[in-house]
Design a protein around this ligand. Sequence first.
Ligand SMILES: NC(=O)c1ccc[n+]([C@@H]2O[C@H](COP(=O)([O-])OP(=O)(O)OC[C@H]3O[C@@H](n4cnc5c(N)ncnc54)[C@H](O)[C@@H]3O)[C@@H](O)[C@H]2O)c1
Ligand SMILES: O=c1ccn([C@@H]2O[C@H](COP(=O)(O)OP(=O)(O)O[C@H]3O[C@H](CO)[C@@H](O)[C@H](O)[C@H]3O)[C@@H](O)[C@H]2O)c(=O)[nH]1
Length: 325
Amino acid sequence: MKILVTGGAGYIGSHVVRQLGEAGHEVVVYDNLSTGHRWAILSGTLVEGDLADGERLDAVFEAHRFDAVLHFAAFIVVPESVAEPLKYYANNTRNTLGLLERVQRFGVPHFVFSSTAAVYGMPEQSMVDESAPLVPINPYGASKMMSERMLMDLGVAGGPSYVALRYFNVAGADPEARIGQATPDATHLIKVACQAALGQRERLQIFGTDYPTPDGTCIRDYIHIEDLARAHLAALDYLAGGGASAVLNCGYGRGYSVREVADAVRRVSGVEFRVDEAPRRAGDPPALVADNTRIRRELGWTPAYDDLDRIVADAWRWERKFANQ
Ligand SMILES: NC(=O)c1ccc[n+]([C@@H]2O[C@H](COP(=O)([O-])OP(=O)(O)OC[C@H]3O[C@@H](n4cnc5c(N)ncnc54)[C@H](O)[C@@H]3O)[C@@H](O)[C@H]2O)c1
Ligand SMILES: O=c1ccn([C@@H]2O[C@H](COP(=O)(O)OP(=O)(O)O[C@H]3O[C@H](CO)[C@@H](O)[C@H](O)[C@H]3O)[C@@H](O)[C@H]2O)c(=O)[nH]1
């Protein structure tokens, strides 16, 4: 298939682009390199451009006849979305609208969208399935929920068949460490803990130790980037085979606490880095774990890296290599 990948130079997009290349697909990446990197694109060609640049986007759609669009490009920092909401609605929602206008105008048959567990907000139960109410508690989650809604309405009106993948906590790196999380000032727990173990950060802070969980710290469902990337290829196969539009959680269905993650990073790295207890971070639900029944059923997706130490080992390997680049 010939596939347009927006945000293909970023952390998740670049892993998917690599796997698409390995599977023999033809890839065109559209990315403004605001947080992505040219070196991370291991397959296909890059068109450097902003999604807000309608003329440039039109030119890409005129030059190629795409079988599918995979849409990763977005801003992703939750606290920033609270401070600057319109920045998030502009890039995540308005730019998705502009992209969907082209998808419709040029008759692209399939669309895969990067959604997030943040659409669930503070769920009543820690294990959530796709039918849980969508009550995002920050503009980032709301911007993604609105995009999901546009996609759904367009689908009903004869638009592309689509899969919206709701990612839980994405972590780890390419097992061969060619690419990995490379965003400066990343806030993701496993990356921060690896940076603390490397001495790039003074310490790891645990945000909140008084949650109603067994050890008092928040529980999340960490999914290895390789398994998450594989879900996108499975979604493409599913849509190309005539599968109906679907919204699917991406997670392992099992959670780990912040303390358990810190212990795993110590164990894997062999470094006793400093860990301090700190107040809760605003907007963190106590526990968020994916019910992944639907993605297993609809896509036949089965994880291959469902092991916290494996996720941490690949993240650690990448961080060490990246630090020495
Ligand atoms: N990382 C996670 O844990 C996580 C969890 C849930 C959902 N997601 C979603 O996955 C997607 C990818 O996230 P990521 O972690 O790879 O982030 P990232 O910042 O590494 O990648 C985003 C990419 O999009 C590009 N981009 C941003 N705005 C653009 C624009 N206007 N025009 C062109 N390119 C633009 C950036 O340069 C970058 O390459 C996002 O949609 C995000 O909301 C990520
Ligand atoms: O230095 C740190 C960083 C994080 N945490 C905690 O670790 C957990 C995970 O935090 P983080 O890695 O920042 O991920 P989340 O806040 O759970 O959000 C991620 O996962 C969401 C889906 O669940 C995505 O929508 C977001 O984009 C992505 O950042 C949370 O309890 C944090 O409070 C710490 O204690 N210390």
